[in-house]
Write a protein that binds this ligand. Sequence first.
Ligand code: UDP
Ligand code: MG
Length: 312
Amino acid sequence: MEKIRVIVPCYNEEESIPFYYKEMCLVMEKMDFVSFELLFVNDGSKDKTLDLLRDLAKNDQRVRYLSFSRNFGKEAAILAGLQYATGDYVTLMDADLQDPPAKLWEMYELLIKENLDVVGLKSNNHKNYGFVRKFFTACYYKIIGFVSTTPMEPNERDYRLMKRQVVDAVLSLTEYNRYSKGLFNFVGFDVKWISYDAPNRVAGKTKWSFKNLFSYAIDGIVGFSTRPLVLSSFVGILFCFVAFLMILLIIFKTILWGDPVSGWPSLACIIIFVSGVQLFFLGVIGEYLSKIYLETKNRPIYIIKETEKDKN
Ligand code: UDP
Ligand code: MG
């Protein structure tokens, strides 16, 4: 029998997990032609998530869990899940039922029928997100679409069913600053998407603050494009050209009309503007430098404190 490993990152999901597990049990019952393993990754939750996972693992052989020593972020949880999940097929699902387990059958059938490597879900709607988040998401994907050669789309969920070979390919990308959306698209393979209407979160609250999303967005751009660095050279050349024209203009003006002392406000504006541009690009270089700094430190991406084996 073929095996599907389901990775579920959980951060403070005590309210969602019971719903998720119930729904997943129904799916496992229906899809009795494959064997399942649920691998929950507790990303340093501060609520009862870990207790729930301990109970589930005790009562159900198919449930395993990894528990981090603190909150390392969803990317770290995904990586740990991929590294620990064995089996022919691996899938990622959120614990809040926004990635409906019921879709798994359809995904599996499509994967087998068309001999694909990955089947993922694309949400038609973001109705559960506020106007501000929708607006910034749209702007972000415009920018990353322009600067990066790796295609990325706003509606692609992390919910995808992958063959072993794809998982191994993703794991072969060993970078510290992980941006899954980019990593999955970077490895390529035959991918098909199924569209669906993403439901609202079954319980609890979203774990992504604006600050988290912003720094995740920067990770995406810095991790998958070096164009912002090239842009600084272009802007530099443009400014040199403008400066050259202005020098010519001033020389002619002085020859024709003399040099009365005036124009300091415009000079001050130019100095402030150019310093601003310089500092901005220094910041861009700093972003890349800080990522290199983190890469070279070679710190572990996550630390596991407990697994189901420690308790049984
Ligand atoms: N999550 C995680 N670590 C974090 C933040 C989120 O493991 O630091 C998990 C969370 O428990 C959920 C999934 O990632 O299973 C998606 O999070 P959420 O639903 O809050 O994000 P949204 O759907 O709002 O983008
Ligand atoms: Mg969610």
